[in-house]
Every structure is written in C-alpha cells, then in structure tokens.
Design a protein around this ligand. Structure first.
Ligand code: ATP
Ligand code: MG
Length: 634
C-alpha cells in the first residue's frame, strides 16, 4: 500500500509519534531572533504552547527576511478588474509600505497587544494593514468586507479594537459598495468604540467623516515619510490575530492564533502541500476576510518568498477567462480556490479554459466545502493539472487532510480530500463507543491532542467556550472534535460526510444530509442541492430537498416538476434505500449560503419547521430563504 511505505508515510508516522522532534526540525524553516527553548508546552491540555521561549515575527519572516535575497522580485500583485488597476509591489516596496502603515499605527497610539479591526475590500492597503499589525505585535481582526453592520458590530463588540482600518468603498460587478456608512452604523450599534478609524480613500465614494475619530491614510502616510519602524520581536506564543468562523452552524467563534507556530506551520505547508518555491507566484481567489485569505493570500506565500496575487473582482468579469488570463500573465504556479467558484465557471463557455497558456500551473487547490465528483472531474479534465482537494477549518489554520504533493505525489481519489496531513493525528471516532472506527465505518473526524502548530490557541476571551465547544465531545480521550462526519477507507483516504449537526433521524435511522445530497446530485439534471431534516410527527424527521435544476426549461409545468421529483426520489431509493428518500424535492434557483459559499442548512431547516432562521448575518442573499418559504407555501 503506497500510503504506508513511502515518503509521506514516513513523515506522517514521525510527526505523530515524535511531534516534538518533527516540529523542532521544521522550526528551522523560519528565522528566529531567539530560538525556542521548548518545542511544546503541553502541561495544561487542551491548551498547547508551541516554541516556548522563542522570539520571532511574522512580518519579518514574510517581508524583511527576503530583502537580502529578492528585494526587487515581485511580492504583492494587486489586480482589480473592478477599477482596472494592476500594481506590482516588490519585496522592497512592500517593506516600505508596511513600515509606513506601522508608523501610522504608532502615531495613532496603537501598541503591542492592541486590536486593530480591518474592514476592507481586496486592495493592497489591506495587506499592508495586516502585515503592519504583525510587525508591531498588534492583533488584527479582519472582517470580511461584504458583511453589513450587524455582523460587523458583533465583531467590534467582541474584539474591542482601538483602531479600525477601512476604505470608502469596494466594488463588485461594476457597482460601488460603500463601506463607511455600514461601518459608522456598526460602531453606533456596538457598545465598544474604537479610538480611531483610519480611512483609505479610493475616490469611489464620499465617505462621511466623524471629526477627531476618523483620520485619512494618505495624509498620515505623508506625515510619516522616513520614519523607520523596526520589527517588534514577539514571543512565539503571543497572539497574532483573531478571525471569526463563517457562522454556518451558529454564532461565529473568535479563533485566536499564535505567532511562532503559525509561521512554522504555514511555511511547512507551502512546501509540503502547495509545492511553492521562492520566486514563484501563488494565486488564491479567496478573500482576506476568510482563513484561506489569511493563510494563503497573505502569510503563506510571502513566508515562502513567493509573489502573491490579491484580486478584486469576480470570476466572470470581463469574462469567465479572467482567472486563466491572470495565470498566464503572471506565470502562476499554484492556485487556490473553492468548489463553489468552480461550479460557477462550469456553467460558462469551456473554450475560455483553452484560450490561455496554463503551462506554469502545477496544481489547483480547492477547499471550503465538499468537492463533488462531477465538479472535480470537470475541472481536472479541463485544466489538465492535479486537483488537490484539501480539508480544514478556520480553527486549524491550514489543511488537515490533503495529498501532500510536496512530500509524495500519492494518487488522488475523487470525493476524498486525501490523507491526514503530517502533524495532524486524525482519528475517526464512533459517537457511541468513542472508539476508533474501522475502515469504511462512519464516525466523527477528531484530532488527538495536542493540536499541531498553526492551529487555534483558544477562543478569543473565552477559554471555557474553547474547552467546552471543541474538547468535550468524547469521554476518556483528549480529542478535538471537528463536528464533521468522516470515514477512512482501507488505504487511509478520508471522506467528509457532512457536519454532525446535519444528521437526521428518520424512523430511527441516522442519515447524513450530505449523503442524500450526493445521491441527488448524481441525477443528470441537478446542478446543486440542499437536504435538511424536518420534524415529522410519524417518523421523527424526514429529509426534504431543495434542488437547483440545470435545464430549467425541462421542468416548467407542474406535471414536469412532479415527474422530475419522482425520478430524483428513485435515484435515492436505488442508491441509499427508501429510508433516505426525501419526503419532498422542491425546485429553486438559489440556495441560502454564507458569504463564503457554504450551505446554510440550519436556516433552511428552521424555515421548514416554521421557526426563526436564527443568525443570518453571514447570509449571501436573503432572497434565497424567501424562495424556500415560497416553495413551502406553494
Ligand atoms: P461555523 O464553525 O461558524 O459554523 P464554518 O464551519 O462554516 O462556520 P469554516 O471554518 O470556514 O467555518 O469552515 C470549515 C468547515 O468547512 C469544515 O468543518 C467542513 O465542514 C467544511 N469544509 C472545509 N473544507 C472542506 C473540504 N475540502 N471538504 C469538505 N468539507 C470541507
Ligand atoms: Mg465550523
């Protein structure tokens, strides 16, 4: 079995049997001002402290470190297809910009440990803002620019920033999205008030100004010309940032991350998973508001000495070839995106994929939600490069399941994000016995403590919630629950079967909504589907499906809809058995998703049961929930 004998297997075994030795070696991937005295302090589980006694700095390793060897190479490539800007910053120029931002922070009184909330569109200044925090030891909390006042207010309330960095506006699909009115309203809603709001004026909107509190970036920038801000050496265990989870399953959790462990883990991942080499270019289509943006737009590529692309725009403008034209122009070697984006592209003209020279590309990495087999196959065949599905969470900071092509190019299996990543001691645990499941048996995907470097330290301001939420699922074992169902096959490949809250119980049978969705998706006319469990007097719960149809014209009349519904039910009957058959299959044109593209099953379920849909602050388009309501009413 390849998975047990080669390079990967050896590295993996070592990483879980001798984590201290393994991570002591990886520590050399970054520069330290003072090397760590102790690799791991695990004396107070589940809190683990990596690289105790070590002093380092993320900004130093991402920027300053490269000045010796690649000062004039590209570091940050900002591309906006919204404003038609394209600017390349070399490492030397990036350094200069970050130092200026850090000088502005100091002028505004920001000190080590203070929080700086960053509410910005995908512009170069947002990355300066993040790296400047890292430089002086301020803790950043980036809030996705697409969020409105209520979501923003709850994060201001929780993180208590002394400074908020923002911009007059972002742009999406050619429309100006004003940020400042939303920010002002959020500050009004929050009981915590920042001392200052630093505004980047892009000249897109007339942002209202609150005197004394609001300050202008360009003005301050010219006032700090020539000021040097050396790196502040931080303890490896100091906090680098807070980032809130997507809120798919409930109230977002403020994930708190360290400095040293994160720097080492990301640098290690760039080599072993993303096959990234210094001097190459990485393109992650995510947003800095998400964990992928933190790890693989900003820190990871820069730590590795790569140029990173920061892209403001959609995958479809000026046409659906835009991403591939960027790959060609900048000779992108590694690209990172999400299945939801690939599904969008799949609906476009396939010729656009053939128009550009993609020979620089080594692989496409996809994460964030399950990569269904049809989508995976389509993109793999269209691009002709390996597709690397990788599974992780905001909490873990970097992938925990993947094929680590930088270690060994094990084959991929469609539908599986691969094998456990070195450092992650992953077990599939039975919910009933709390024992490890046998191959092909379904259980909860858990990580045995201690979590490897790069993972969350705790929930910001709430150690108790950290322990209760993540470490209390299993009796007798010290394990972190991912709250995802999983399964391991005989070769060690893992499969994600949905979230544990997405399980339904039909007449005593426990079914994952994800399995039913996969089955329905295999019908040729289904583009996408969401399945939820709805309370039922007789059976406890029944499955109800909401499907998006590929060929809408084929299901216009009630008779056509009924026929398709029956066909879909039959597919489920054949594949999973009659217990899994949905009680109803409704047809919609839109599904409720978070801004990060994840299905909001809990809200659909609530609407189906006539309950309040709960926290909707992270929903992409409220019209989608209205469609669900309309289906149920009709
Ligand atoms: P919240 O925890 O607030 O409900 P969330 O879990 O959606 O939000 P994230 O941390 O962004 O927030 O998402 C992580 C989750 O996304 C995983 O737990 C898993 O359910 C799903 N996921 C991520 N990558 C993959 C993947 N490659 N395959 C399947 N599922 C994935
Ligand atoms: Mg989660």
């Amino acid at each position: 079995m390849a998975a047990q004998s080669g390079q990967y297997a050896q590295a993996y075994q070592r990483s879980v049997t001798d984590p201290q030795g393994f991570w002591a070696e990886q520590a050399h991937l970054i520069e330290w001002e003072t090397p760590p005295q102790q690799v791991l302090d695990d004396s107070n589980p589940p809190f683990s402290r990596w690289y105790v006694g070590g002093k380092t700095n993320l900004c130093h390793n991402a920027v300053d470190r490269h000045l010796k060897t690649r000062a004039n190479q590209a570091a940050l490539i900002f591309i906006s297809t919204e404003t038609n800007e394209e600017v390349t910053y070399t490492f030397a120029q990036l350094h200069e910009e970050v130092v200026k931002m850090a000088a502005i922070y100091q002028k505004l009184g920001v000190k080590k440990g203070d929080r700086v909330l960053i509410y910005m569109p995908m512009i170069a200044q947002a990355s300066f803002a993040m790296l400047a925090c890292a430089r002086i030891g301020a803790i950043h909390s980036v809030v996705f620019g697409g969020f409105a006042s209520v979501s923003l207010a709850s994060r201001i309330e929780d993180a208590k920033p002394s400074l908020i960095v923002s911009a007059d506006a972002g742009m999406r699909s050619g429309k100006v999205v004003e940020y400042k009115p939303l920010l002002d309203e959020a500050i009004r809603l929050s009981s915590h008030k920042p001392t200052h709001v630093l505004m980047v004026d892009r000249g897109l909107a007339n942002a209202p100004v609150t005197p004394d509190r609001d300050v202008d970036y360009a003005t301050l920038k010219s006032s700090v010309a020539g000021v040097d801000v050396p790196v502040t050496w931080l303890d490896a265990t100091d906090t680098s940032y807070i980032l809130y989870t997507s809120g798919t399953t409930g109230k977002p959790k403020g994930v708190q991350r360290d400095v040293g462990g994160y720097a080492v883990a990301l640098t290690y991942s760039m080599k072993s998973i993303f096959c990234g080499e210094a001097g190459e270019t990485f393109f992650s289509t995510s947003d800095i508001g998400w964990v992928v943006g933190h790890s693989y737009i900003i820190y990871g590529p820069l730590l590795a000495g790569m140029a990173t692309i920061m892209y403001e725009g959609t995958p479809l403008r000026p046409d659906a070839g835009i991403w591939w034209s960027i790959v060609e122009k900048y000779k992108v070697t590694g690209m990172f995106s999400a299945p939801t984006a690939v599904r969008v592209l799949k609906k476009q003209d396939p010729a656009l994929l053939k128009k550009y020279d993609l020979s620089s590309l080594k692989a496409l990495f996809l994460a964030g939600e399950p990569l269904d087999e049809p989508t995976g196959r389509w993109i793999s065949e269209s691009l002709g490069v390996p597709i690397v599905d990788n599974y992780w969470q905001t909490e873990t900071g970097w992938p925990m399941l993947a094929v680590q092509r930088g270690l060994e190019a094990l084959p991929s299996k469609f539908g599986s994000p691969g094998v456990p990543v070195t450092g992650f001691n992953i077990k599939i645990v039975s919910e009933t016995t709390n024992e490890e499941c046998a191959p092909n048996e379904k259980g909860v995907l858990a990580i045995m403590g201690p979590l490897p470097p790069g993972c969350m330290q705790t929930i910001w301001g709430d150690d108790e919630r950290f322990v209760k939420t993540y470490w209390s699922s299993f009796a007798n074992i010290q394990a972190y629950s991912t709250f995802d169902w999983g399964m391991r096959d005989a070769e060690g490949y893992h499969f994600i079967l949905g979230r544990t809250d997405d399980v339904i119980n039909v007449a005593g049978h426990r079914l994952g909504t994800r399995e039913i969705e996969e089955s329905i998706s295999s019908h040729a006319n289904v583009a996408e589907v969401a399945v939820v469990g709805v309370a039922d007097a007789l059976k406890g719960q029944v499955a109800v499906a909401f499907a998006i149809i590929k060929q809408v014209s084929a299901v216009q009349t009630p008779a056509e809809r009924a026929a398709l519904e029956a066909e879909i039910m039959k597919v489920v009957d054949n594949q999973l058995g009659a217990v899994a058959r949905p009680a109803r299959v409704h047809f919609v044109s839109l599904l409720p998703k978070t801004r990060s593209g994840k299905l909001l099953r809990r809200s659909i379920q609530a609407v189906c049961e006539g309950r309040d849909p709960g926290d909707l602050t992270t929903i992409e388009d409220p019209a989608a929930l209205q469609q669900i309501k309309d289906c149920l009413a009709g």
